[in-house]
Design a protein around this ligand. Structure first.
Ligand SMILES: [Zn+2]
Length: 606
């Protein structure tokens, strides 16, 4: 529904938004030289390292490396996608974004969604009022008070009460002039009466949890009985505004705390979430009666890196934990499991323990894969066959791990715990030797390569290399002469790191004939991670450039050359091995000479 927004619109929004004013609406800033300084909202700190630069309209935190322009800021702060951030800032700046790209059908859909949100909101307000002060809501208030919840939680989460009546909501909505079809046919809050009887409310005599999206808009309801009758919970059905696989209960209230602690707690139930929130763990969200989906994981990833899975301590909870593990690992989020005594859940635990005690348990949470390994070994038993089966299951999950390093660590542990050969496990896990680069003929059965032949490719640039590359980017930003020089040499020869190379290319491409840099067009062309790097460079004082620029330039060049030489050495080692295998002495000698040459060059002093 976002449609394409033209570059000129983006430009217009950019021009009308002042980043200092924007950031100040979220946190206090103090002027300091050319920059404004504040406490970073994206990591916790005591001394400010969060810089906002008015002339350049960018921000950068030297504590956590986050940075970018106004769009980047809103994306992070509000957990929005780029088009969403655009719309948000357009609204703020009063820039009209025409929806001309919408087809009539899309336009109708948009209007329908708005209408549904409105009906939900009116229903939520009605139920909330019932719980707050309507005589009919006394039973609901009594129930909550019994569980120790005060008005504060009720207001914070907009909790409600559906009175013991067949038509309370139906009549309320009719009184507000809404056609019956919205709440009945689409949202399912009202059910159609049969055989000439009138429509009736879905929720009766239940405590209601309004389910909000990440912007705080009510999209559905969960309802709990006040006694032991069944079903204990019912949820309003999925609708055009509610897809339960995409919504997490409490996210709207939790996102700030999640961002600050970089950690989220995932629980199963509404009351688990409320109990944690009340105990001061405000970074908790609940899945609404569904297992965690990949969409949930992506949503969580906008706010935090680590997750604590805090599910019921029973068989079903276990199962949910391991299912969540799969989607989280695949999204590159790290997850640990909170373990309590059997049959406890977060809500019941907090009923009898303090927040400090729970924190201590959180501190002992183990990585989910470790818990999974224990679990596999336990259920399959100690026999050789059982261990093999456990290993198979574990390998299946390890393939999901994006980090090769982590995968290796787990393989080691798996080998240790099962007594199976580590190399065999590695092979089965499909750990990839640097095969892509070799020139080999269809290989004869070959032994597993010794570890020194599998260095961590993806050469991570060292601190010094990064510094040299950033200094060079800084030079390029300040002075067209350096952009020219890099363009002649080709960025690929100077930047070993892909993001920094892309920035260099952007600096060159967005330089006009007169040698002026079109900074805004440049920013528009970069990815978020590239913007973060560039903002760090821009915010820095140009004084640092007093360092010898030519030396910086040569440093960068040398780094790339060294990288190439090292890569070639690996290839040569493989070629030599193959020549040996084929008994080709001449080839072998040729490669050996090239290898010695390359080794000499890499040892050359700077
Ligand atoms: Zn920071």
């Amino acid at each position: 529904m976002t449609g394409l927004i033209g570059e000129d619109k983006i430009q217009e929004i950019r021009e009308r938004i002042d980043i200092v004013e924007l950031v100040s609406s979220y946190l206090p800033l103090k002027r300091s030289g050319a920059n404004h300084l504040g406490l970073c909202p994206f990591h916790s700190e005591k001394t400010p390292s969060f810089n906002v630069n008015a002339p350049r309209q960018i921000f950068h935190c030297f504590g956590c490396g986050v940075g970018g322009d106004a769009f980047s800021f809103v994306m992070r702060m509000e957990g929005l996608s780029f088009p969403e951030a655009l719309r948000r800032l357009a609204e703020r700046a009063g820039v009209e974004i025409e929806e001309e790209q919408l087809t009539p059908a899309e336009e109708q859909q948009r209007q329908e969604k708005e209408r549904l949100l409105r009906v939900s909101e009116v229903a939520a307000t009605f139920y909330h009022q019932q719980l707050l002060d309507d005589p009919q809501g006394a039973e609901g208030r009594h129930y909550l008070r019994q569980r120790g919840y005060e008005g504060e939680t009720v207001r914070e989460f907009g909790l409600g009460y559906a009175p013991d009546s067949w038509q309370a909501l139906t009549e309320h909505l009719a009184g507000k002039g809404f056609e019956p079809k919205w709440a009945r046919d689409i949202l399912g809050l009202v059910r159609a009466g049969r055989d000439g009887r009138s429509d009736y409310d879905l929720f009766r005599r239940r405590l209601l949890f309004p389910i909000q999206d990440s912007r705080g808009r009510v999209v559905a309801f969960g309802g709990r009985v006040l006694d032991d009758s069944l079903p204990k919970y019912i949820n309003s059905p999925e609708s055009p505004i509610y897809h339960k696989g995409q919504i997490l209960y409490g996210l709207y209230q939790a996102k700030e705390a999640m961002r600050h602690s970089e950690t989220g707690i995932v629980v199963e139930g509404y009351f688990d979430q409320l109990a944690l929130y009340r105990a001061g763990f405000q970074n908790a969200v609940a899945t609404c009666g569904t297992s965690l989906t990949a969409e949930h994981a992506r949503l969580l990833k906008r706010y935090c890196k680590k997750l604590l899975l805090f599910f019921d301590q029973d068989k079903a909870g276990r199962k949910a934990t391991f299912r969540a593990m799969e989607v989280l690992l695949a999204e590159g989020l790290s997850a640990s499991v909170v373990e309590l005594a059997a049959d406890e859940d977060p809500d019941s635990y907090l009923a009898g323990h303090t927040a400090e005690e729970l924190q201590a348990i959180f501190d002992r949470a183990r990585p989910v894969l470790q818990v999974f390994l224990d679990h596999c070994l336990t259920i399959h038993g100690d026999s050789i066959e059982g261990k093999a089966r456990a290993a198979e299951e574990m390998l299946g999950k390890l393939r999901l791990l994006p980090s090769e390093l982590e995968r290796d660590l787990y393989l080691k542990e798996l080998a240790r715990r099962t007594g199976l050969d580590e190399n065999l496990l590695k092979k089965k896990a499909g750990s990839r030797p640097p095969a892509a680069r070799t020139v080999s003929k269809p290989a004869a059965p070959r032994p597993v390569a010794p570890p020194q032949q599998q260095p961590l490719r993806q050469a991570v640039a060292s601190g010094r290399e990064v510094k040299a590359q950033e200094l060079l980017l800084h030079l390029m930003k300040v002075d067209a002469v350096w952009r020219q020089k890099v363009a002649e040499e080709k960025p690929a020869a100077l930047f070993s790191d892909a993001d920094r190379r892309a920035i260099a290319e952007g600096l060159i491409a967005n330089s006009d004939e007169k040698g002026c840099l079109e900074e805004e067009r440049l920013l528009n062309s970069l990815s978020e991670s590239q913007k973060a790097i560039l903002s760090g460079i821009i915010v820095k004082d140009d004084q640092v450039l007093a360092e010898d620029p030519l030396r910086t330039y040569e440093d960068c060049k040398r780094t790339v050359e060294l990288g190439r030489l090292k890569e070639r050495q690996l290839e040569l080692a493989e070629l030599i091995r193959q020549a040996e295998q084929n008994g080709d002495g001449e080839e072998r000698a040729k490669y050996q000479r090239e290898l010695s040459d390359a080794q000499k060059k890499t040892r050359m002093p700077r």
